[in-house]
Each structure stands twice: as C-alpha cells, then as structure tokens.
Design a protein around this ligand. Structure first.
Ligand SMILES: Cc1cc2nc3c(=O)[nH]c(=O)nc-3n(C[C@H](O)[C@H](O)[C@H](O)COP(=O)(O)OP(=O)(O)OC[C@H]3O[C@@H](n4cnc5c(N)ncnc54)[C@H](O)[C@@H]3O)c2cc1C
Length: 292
C-alpha cells in the first residue's frame, strides 16, 4: 500500500514527482478505483500517490475550438455543465456519465481518472471515441495532444509516458446537425457492462455525412473498437430506419465478440444488433435537433 500522499500545487510539481519516482508513483483523481487496483495487486510497488485536486483542473469550458474539460472534473459536475448537456452532439457523454449509477462514484470520480485508468470496459472510453475527443497531456518534456483513439493501447495500457499525466479532455466543435448517444447492457448497476456502444452521426440534408459506431472495450478486444465496415455502409445514405437497421446488422456481423462469465459471444452479437440500432436512432434524432 502507498505510504506517501502528496497534494501537488502545480503541474510542474506533478511531472517532477512522476519523473523522480517513476513506476512507484501514481497520480490520483477521485481515488474511486484505488481499492480495485490494490485488490488485484496492481498497486504493488507503488509508494507515492499524487493528488492533483489543487491544480485547478475542475472546469468545463467552451471556446471556438470546442469543449475543454479539466482532468479533475467529476462526473457530477460534467453532467451538470450546460456546455455538455445543452448540445445533442455531446449526448454520448451525457448518456455514459448518467449510466454510472452509484451517486457516490459520480460525485468523486473524475474524467481524468476514467480515461487514464486504461480500463477499456468503462463507459467513458467508447463515448469519448464517438465524440472524437482529444487528450491533452503534461509531461516533464512539455505538453502534447493526441486523439483519444491513439491513447488507449491495451488492457491497463495507455499512451502516457513516464513523467506524464492527463490534464484535459478536449472535444473539437462538431458541425451543426451532429448527435451522439451511448447504450449499455449490464447484469446490475455496479458490474461491468455485458456490452456497450457509443455512436455519433452528422447529417447533411438528412443524409449521413459522418458516423462513428464504437463498441466498449474488454468484450471486443482490449480497447474500444470502431465498427468501420458498418460505418462505411451508411455514409451518404439517407438517415432512415432501414439504413439504421442495416448498419446495426453489419456492426453485429463484422465484429468479433468475446465469450466470458457474463455472456457468450453469440449473445453479445444479438445484443449488439439491438444496442447499435437504438444508439444510432437516438443519435439521428439528436442530430436533427442539433443547431451547432
Ligand atoms: C461501485 C462502483 C461502481 C462503478 N460503476 C461504473 C460504471 O457503471 N461504469 C463505469 O464506467 N465505471 C464505473 N466505475 C468505475 C469508475 O468509472 C472509476 O472508478 C473512475 O472512472 C475512476 O476515476 P477516479 O478519478 O476516481 O480515478 P482514480 O481512482 O483516482 O485513478 C484511477 C487510475 O487512473 C490514474 N489517474 C487518475 N487521474 C489521472 C490523471 N489525471 N492522469 C494520469 N493518470 C491518472 C490513476 O493513477 C489510477 O491508475 C465504478 C466504480 C465503483 C467503485
């Protein structure tokens, strides 16, 4: 169990501590995953926890480039923010945050923690891929930004390098008539999802000009995975029920699902058809309302 708990005051202090302690130090956000990590032996060798709550990273801002969400923003604060919940284009984020039921977790857990834990089965990773988020990192050698799709590398594995931590999640301003949504099936409100899916759709004259269909990780591979064949099948098509149904069929057919103690691959394939159809239908309905 870690012995030192340091409340850092600046990002330079955090990166210097991470550089100095290497694998023995961990940044923490809300700390809601520490028990899980410790109980699986994933904190063995960690001696220092670095609390970043005093860095002023609890904000949701919007400027001409899009949304900027500080790493320390809790799920509850993100859900309450007008910038996120007033635009149908960000519906996937709202759906995913609302799907995390224990209110105590929503009040403590942070966006930084949900993305950087590298646990692909969480709800925010696929939602962040659907809305094309970018991840801003600070490190001892400076700052860098990368697409969230390039951030998730494997189970508990991210693009974070030694000395780096996640400072901000950015969502580039989507074009008008964009809607997104998230759906999941779970055995109970605190278990991992049997299957989750996030989608986004941009419409031009009621035709699909851009689409993303993303399955949550863990049951389709180690990271959130796009159903690219299904995406290609609907681009330029009219946003009708038939087209949505075809995309759902294609996503379910072309994706390889895992068998585990929660469900068989075959069951997941059937669930995928339903969840993708519902999520795409919600995205289209929201895109029609989205004013940009
Ligand atoms: C009872 C319960 C129910 C849950 N149900 C759900 C659910 O339904 N859906 C779901 O998606 N999730 C669920 N979760 C998981 C929850 O989403 C995570 O615990 C939460 O996202 C972790 O955020 P945190 O800020 O508390 O991270 P922490 O616990 O502080 O950290 C988690 C990991 O991320 C690293 N980290 C944190 N912040 C940063 C940063 N800024 N930069 C670099 N590394 C960082 C830490 O070093 C650690 O490895 C549940 C958790 C609990 C306890």
């Amino acid at each position: 169990m870690p012995e030192d708990y340091i409340k850092a005051s600046t990002s330079n202090e955090v990166t210097a501590l991470l550089r100095r302690h290497g694998e023995k130090a961990r940044v923490i956000g809300g700390g809601t995953m520490l028990y899980e990590l410790e109980s699986r032996g994933l904190l063995s060798g960690v001696t220092t926890l670095i609390d970043i709550s005093k860095l002023g990273l609890d904000y949701v801002k919007e400027d001409s480039s899009g949304l900027r969400i500080g790493a320390s923003t809790t799920f509850t604060d993100a859900l309450r923010s007008k910038q996120i919940n007033s635009r149908p284009a960000f519906g996937a984020l709202v759906d995913a945050l609302s799907a995390i039921r224990p209110v105590q977790v929503r009040n403590m857990a942070t966006l930084g923690g949900a993305i950087s834990s590298g646990l692909p089965g969480l709800d925010l990773p696929p939602a962040s891929v659907a809305v094309r988020a970018k991840i801003a990192l600070a490190g001892s050698r400076g700052r860098r930004t990368l697409d969230v799709e390039d951030f998730f590398l494997g189970f508990l594995e991210t693009a974070l390098k030694r000395g780096e931590f996640l400072m901000e999640v950015r969502v580039p301003r989507p074009p008008a008539h964009t809607g997104s949504a998230f759906q999941k099936l779970e055995t109970n409100s605190v278990d991992w999802a049997i299957l989750s899916v996030a989608t986004s759709v941009t419409l031009k004259n009621d035709k699909v000009s851009n689409v993303r269909i993303v399955f949550g990780g863990g049951v389709v591979g180690a990271v959130p995975m796009r159903a690219t064949e299904a995406e290609e099948a609907v681009v330029d098509a009219a946003a009708t029920e038939d087209v949505i149904g075809r995309a759902a069929e294609e996503a379910s057919r072309s994706t390889e699902f895992a068998d585990d103690e929660r469900a068989s691959a075959d069951y997941r394939r059937q669930v995928a058809r339903v969840l993708v159809r519902e999520s795409l239908a919600n995205s289209v309905e929201r895109a029609r309302r989205d004013k940009g």
